[in-house]
Design a protein around this ligand. Structure first.
Ligand SMILES: [Fe+2]
Ligand SMILES: [Fe+2]
Length: 249
């Protein structure tokens, strides 16, 4: 019984693919088939597979049905968390999604799912990614304050959601946590953030995130051991479509 994670499948069985990267990048060629094959090889029916956002390019549920079917057909218990491209998923209507798709798919937002004695907590997160203004040496001279203020509000909303989820799990007796974010926990300028601070406050063991695509973005945030927690980037192209085993034998 193991816990696996991967993000950013960006499926498009019923929607139009417009991403230049995905249309032309070598790593994206036949990625659905490659992932299905690797998943079938490493994940068993007793395992849990967390899909860390950006599931589908579909703009609404009817454009996602085949993508969901693809995910439902993967082995194990499937838990989906929200990504920035998941237009079909209104956070306030998560209960409705679960009514419709459980037990095949579990949509996790505001609350927790259990895995052994761990509580899995998830939200989309947010990182302010600029724009930053750089001088000719690459030194930061300033940034867009309006966007930064907007980003701060989004971060506060996400932190509030996470705190409520952690408290709910704690109230139910959980003491061990795994945190899933879609966005990286820090931006390229930060060493720490509200998300890393919260992970420390609740003594989270693993922080897992996705969203970063392409060689130049893979090292935008923390990876490995940092201040007592382990951080993992699990975007599909980074993992070359092999799900990461987070916990298990
Ligand atoms: Fe993505
Ligand atoms: Fe994303």
């Amino acid at each position: 019984m193991s816990l696996f994670a991967i993000g950013d499948l960006h499926l498009h069985y019923q929607s139009t693919l417009k991403s230049f990267e995905q249309l032309h990048g070598k790593v994206w060629k036949n990625h659905e088939k490659i992932f299905l094959k690797s998943c079938t090889k490493v994940v068993t029916e007793n395992d849990t597979l967390v899909l860390v956002g950006d599931h589908s390019w579909g703009r609404n549920l009817s454009e996602c049905e085949k993508d969901f079917q693809y995910i439902a057909d993967l082995p194990g218990r499937k838990i989906l968390t929200r990504g920035n491209h998941d237009m079909f998923w209104d956070a306030r209507k998560t209960a409705r999604l679960n009514e419709q798709y459980q037990p095949d798919l579990t949509f996790l937002q505001d609350g927790y799912e259990s895995y052994l004695d761990y509580a899995i907590v998830a939200t989309k997160g947010f990182t302010f990614e600029g724009p930053f203004y750089l001088d000719y040496t690459g030194k930061i001279m300033g940034w867009d304050e309006e966007s930064e203020n907007h980003a701060k509000k989004l971060v506060e909303r996400e932190i509030k959601r996470l705190r409520q989820s952690f408290e709910k799990a704690k109230g139910d007796g959980y003491r061990k946590f795994i945190l899933f974010l879609h966005y990286p926990p820090t931006n390229i300028l930060e060493e720490r953030s509200r998300f890393t601070d919260l992970a420390e406050e609740y003594d989270v063991e693993h922080v897992i995130y996705a969203h970063c695509h392409g060689e130049s973005r893979f090292h935008d945030s923390i990876q490995g051991e940092f201040r007592g927690r382990t951080y993992h980037l699990v975007s599909g192209d980074y993992l070359r479509w092999i799900p990461l085993k987070v916990i298990g034998e």
